[in-house]
Design a protein around this ligand. Structure first.
Ligand SMILES: [Zn+2]
Length: 135
């Protein structure tokens, strides 16, 4: 999926599941785009090790000395990315190095189905934010 869709989904799930501070949500959204860094690394397969819970867990450990909350936000944001990419037809290998690959996806990255998905997430996000503001 595209970066914007990842950020929207992470923000929606984060707001629905947690009542945290702005820094938590900033970390959550930032982590939700980190796995696609593999596109820019030579000789590393896209949707390989960086698209696994293994990499998310190990990289979240970096933040534990600074803040357990931010480390958790990073891991969750990372996993939200994996969840979103699992919904694509290409799938991911979430438990790398285990060979299991998700194959239940129905969304084409960058296609109309992703746009519809992103608009749906955006609409839900607007409703959630309005419900928070009005309450
Ligand atoms: Zn990805």
């Amino acid at each position: 999926m595209k970066l914007f869709t990842h950020i929207l989904l992470a923000l929606l799930l984060g707001i629905c599941l947690f009542k945290e501070n702005v820094l938590f949500f900033a970390f959550l959204m930032m982590a939700s785009i980190i796995p696609d860094i593999d596109i820019h690394i030579p000789f590393v397969a896209h949707r390989g090790i960086f698209h696994s819970v293994t990499a998310g867990f190990l990289s979240s450990l970096i933040f534990i000395p600074f803040s357990l909350s931010l480390s958790l936000a990073f891991l969750l944001g990372y996993c939200f990315h994996l969840l979103a990419d699992s919904l694509t037809k290409h799938g991911i290998r979430p438990f790398w190095p285990h060979p299991y690959k998700t194959n239940f996806g129905f969304i084409t990255t960058g296609g109309v189905s992703e746009q519809v998905f992103a608009y749906l997430i955006f609409a839900l996000l607007v409703v959630k934010v309005l419900s928070i503001v009005i309450a």
